[in-house]
Design a protein around this ligand. Structure first.
Ligand code: FAD
Length: 339
């Protein structure tokens, strides 16, 4: 089936899930056309070929310098209409989801989001996606054309890059039209490793603040003292994450209590992640948290309550106080990794 893959990028730097999406298309036996929109993005075309694209359609336009969903949809929808691929894939990033939805409206078709497996049934893609906070897997087919699917990151293998591989590059003109938004600037919300791309995530929950041995500075209210304790606890988590080159995650309880920004939240109303290793510290394992991390390959739970539900999900469990265990783990990992 003729398949187009949208390459999501920020200022010319592709998100790794874009290359995984080429891998997902290849797993269906499709010839892949990568579609790239932006300004000064020729290098992305070269990379797309190296990651397995057979063709690249590239629209370089100064109005596409910043991602604005209306402008990108105005550019992409007519290209898709003209080429009429049977399948259009996006990585499930926030930009990818937004653009997929708008293009689906333009083309009067459906969109299946956050898909974790695909198989062909004739010219239809049977897509598997988690529903009910990941409790059930649903198999769905889109009966309109093109079938639009966003695929979850870190589920499909990223193809091995083949340096020097090339294919057919088609540069196209697009009419971006009137887009009602302008981007005035960017601010970095958090540093460190991005949760979506992380191979290892070290997460903290409400238990991170539970260290009665710490005496807060004089004059703090109870609420301030709790946040202060949590900050000391998250410093332990960040240390371990630093040694493991990991991203820092959090439960919603930790976010709601202002221990850590929302950008770090994992779960049903936070980020959905699929790392190789997820270390949950002081997190009980509520279903809404599990919805965000149950696809992690290996889960380690550190919790002082032996009956905490997270242990049912974890491959390895440590019952004890995270404030003792996490620093010990950091020391052990430093030694093991020679850091
Ligand atoms: C609509 C909706 C959406 C939601 N979305 C999300 C979401 O996206 N993500 C999410 O995480 N939650 C979400 N929630 C909230 C969820 O239901 C839980 O309330 C939340 O996950 C609990 O966070 P927690 O595990 O950190 O806190 P708790 O449930 O309070 O658990 C704290 C854990 O820490 C342990 N602990 C305490 N002290 C220590 C210590 N010193 N050492 C080791 N362990 C210790 C305790 O034994 C306990 O298991 C949502 C809820 C609703 C209703």
């Amino acid at each position: 089936m003729k398949t187009w893959v949208y390459i999501d990028h920020f200022k010319g730097e592709a998100v790794p899930a874009s290359w995984e999406t080429i891998g997902a298309a290849k797993s269906l036996g499709s010839d892949v056309t990568a579609v790239i929109l932006g300004t000064g993005v020729d290098a992305l075309a070269k990379a797309a070929f190296e990651y397995g694209a057979d063709e690249v359609v590239l629209a370089d336009n100064s109005a596409l310098e910043d991602f604005r969903v209306e402008a990108y949809a105005n550019a992409l929808s007519p290209l898709v209409t003209d080429a009429a691929p049977g399948l259009l894939l996006f990585p499930t990033t926030s930009r990818g989801r937004e653009l997929a939805g708008m293009v689906a409206i333009d083309l009067n078709t459906g969109v299946l989001v956050d898909v974790i497996a695909m198989e062909l049934d004739g010219d239809k893609v049977v897509a598997t996606r988690p529903i009910y906070a990941g409790k059930l897997l649903q198999k769905t087919v889109c009966n309109a054309s093109p079938q639009i699917i966003t695929v979850r990151g870190r589920i499909f293998a990223k193809p091995e890059a083949e340096p020097g591989r090339s294919g057919t590059l088609t540069k196209v003109d697009v009419n971006v039209g009137d887009a009602p938004t302008t981007v005035e600037g960017y601010g970095e919300s958090t540093g460190g490793v991005s949760l979506a791309d992380a191979g290892v995530i070290v997460s903290g929950g409400r238990g991170v603040s539970n260290n009665p041995n710490l005496t807060p500075p004089d004059g703090m209210s109870d609420d301030e003292a709790e946040v202060w304790r949590a900050q000391q606890g998250f410093a332990l988590i960040t240390d371990l994450a630093g040694v493991l080159n990991a991203a820092v995650g959090a439960s919603r309880a930790a976010v709601d209590a202002n221990y850590i920004p929302y950008a770090n939240q994992v779960g049903q109303t936070g980020k959905v992640v699929s790392p190789d290793l997820y270390i949950a510290n002081g997190i009980s394992g509520a279903i809404q948290h599990l919805a965000g991390m149950r696809n992690s390959k290996v889960i380690v739970a550190i919790n002082k309550d032996p009956d905490a539900p997270i242990f049912k999900m974890a491959r390895y469990g440590v019952v004890g106080d995270l404030h003792e265990i996490v620093p010990a783990l950091t020391v052990a990992m430093k030694a093991k990794l020679g850091k």
